[in-house]
Design a protein around this ligand. Structure first.
Ligand code: SIN
Length: 486
């Protein structure tokens, strides 16, 4: 199979600093590659520390003006961006597919999901209120007023280049904060297009600044050490999240950390099996498995484990693999070659330890991109690495259990606690599991839980704070309390 998708010329991406698009001070460039064909699409400016600090200068200079802008006006900028994003959805979907590989139909889904954060926070901006109350002693009144925390650093990942940026920008700007957005080096195209759209929607210069860099550690460390920065929001690995929290402690920054997962998907014997297989396929294969909420372990009641495995393997096996822009593609490439090598290692180790491969033998894969044949494994030994690491790819290990207690113990046997999924027809059991499962999010009879109006986030080593919903807005606000003598 070859990949022969025609791609238009894409303008080089520059840094957005204080309303001007400019090259990096040192002139450095980063190549932007299409993972579905390994073609270089264009280049992006490679920011150095001085560019990052210039972006923070701009965010600081714009901070007072944006905080004082009436909430209705801030909300209207977000609402106009929502409308523009929906109008230009196809253009954004194509960019997403080109820079990170996923099938076009799924990229359309990301545009709809990502745009929703602007609509939701446009509506929330005007509802940021404090409270007025009486001190119990009767000698004072209590007045609280939420204030924007100040300039924020928003670090977005490559796997959802639009939605993870809008999930941060939406609440930050609604709250009255200004920002420096750092998209992943692999995916600068969508962020550039989004920032242009926000300029068109009337966002004042300096409120949103965008920098790409091949030296994130150095550049981010300089920003975190600058006392003008007041918050960092990060989506990415637990390892990097811990480093950021340590560095953010220097200036006691507010932090929101959306980190790694190891989501269990539990199927009880009483579950509707058609539904469970369909939703498990979605929970596993969305974004070719490259999502922190992807089902990482399928825990299935022993009497139905063989049938579930066979049906899951058939469903995943039927999904056409190809370049994301080829019509009909349902499984795209991985982000890079290293991801495929890591996944191959996890699958091989599990098989050597005794797992049975239900799917994953040779498939006819496109030649040029970073493609990986999806795998479904049964009878995976409890200590196999594949059950303990976030695969971040299209591999589904299945483990059988006998009792509800065992299912919960297996589900919780991980230091992570982001998403989880449970399939059962018994609502009492569902409620017991919601109480007992160690995860920030639980899908009951659903394989897709992400929603702009809901608090997305984890417990244990999956992170701190929440994104989305009113909870996501609170992360960008600090409370001022005034005591009024009467
Ligand atoms: C992620 O994988 O980082 C986020 C996925 C989502 O928001 O659904």
């Amino acid at each position: 199979m070859t990949t022969d998708v025609q791609v238009e010329t894409i303008e080089p991406v520059e840094l957005l600093i204080g309303g001007e698009w400019r090259a990096a001070a040192g002139g450095g460039r980063i190549e932007v590659e299409d993972p579905g064909s390994r073609r270089v699409l264009t280049t992006a400016a490679d920011a150095a520390v001085e560019d990052a600090l210039a972006a923070l200068d701009a965010a600081s200079a714009a901070a007072a003006g944006w905080a004082a802008t009436p909430a209705r006006e801030r909300g209207e900028v977000l609402r106009r961006t929502f409308d523009l994003l929906v109008d230009r959805g196809e253009e954004f979907a194509r960019l997403l597919t080109l820079e990170m590989g996923r099938p076009l139909a799924e990229s359309r889904g990301e545009v709809a999901y990502g745009a929703e954060f602007f609509r939701w926070y446009a509506e929330e901006a005007v509802r940021i209120n404090g409270r007025y109350g009486a001190a119990p002693a009767g000698n004072a009144r209590i007045l609280t007023s939420p204030r924007p925390v100040g300039p924020c650093l928003l670090i977005a990942p490559w796997n959802f280049p639009l939605a993870m940026a809008t999930r941060k920008i939406g609440p930050a700007l609604a709250a009255g904060c200004t920002a420096v957005l750092k998209p992943a080096r692999e995916t600068p195209l969508t962020s550039r297009a989004l920032a242009e759209l926000m300029e068109e929607a009337g966002l004042p210069a300096g409120v949103l600044n965008v920098i790409t860099t091949s030296r994130p550690r150095e550049v981010v460390a300089a920003l975190l050490a600058d006392p003008r920065l007041r918050k960092v929001s990060f989506t990415g690995s637990t390892e990097v999240g811990k480093e950021l929290v340590r560095a953010a402690a220097g200036n006691l920054l507010r932090t929101s950390m959306e980190l790694g997962g190891n989501a269990p998907l539990v199927v009880f014997e009483d579950a509707d099996l058609d539904l469970a297989v369909r939703e498990a396929t979605l929970a596993k294969m969305r974004n070719t498995g490259q999502s922190c909420v992807a089902a990482n372990r399928m825990l299935v009641a022993a009497p139905i484990a063989a049938e579930f495995g066979a049906r899951l393997a058939a469903a995943i096996g039927e999904m056409p693999i190809g370049h994301g822009l080829e019509p009909g593609t349902e499984v795209g490439p991985l982000i890079d070659a290293a991801a495929g090598e890591r996944l191959g290692g996890l699958v091989a180790e599990a098989c050597e330890a005794g797992a049975t491969m239900l799917l994953g033998a040779e498939r006819d894969l496109p030649e040029r991109g970073h493609f990986f044949a999806p795998a479904v494994l049964a009878d995976v030994p409890a200590d196999a690495r594949i059950l303990h690491e976030e695969a971040f790819g299209p591999v589904a290990p299945i483990v059988a259990f006998d009792t509800e207690e065992e299912a919960l113990a297996l589900a919780n046997a991980t230091p992570f606690g982001l998403a989880s999924y449970v399939f059962t027809a018994d609502m009492s059991r569902a409620l017991r599991v919601i109480d007992g499962i160690e995860a920030g999010m639980v899908g009951i009879n659903r394989g897709m839980i992400s929603d702009a109006s809901a608090p997305f986030g984890g417990i244990k080593q999956s992170g701190l704070g929440r994104e989305g919903g009113p909870e996501g807005l609170a992360e960008y606000l600090s409370l001022r309390y005034a005591s009024l003598a009467i």
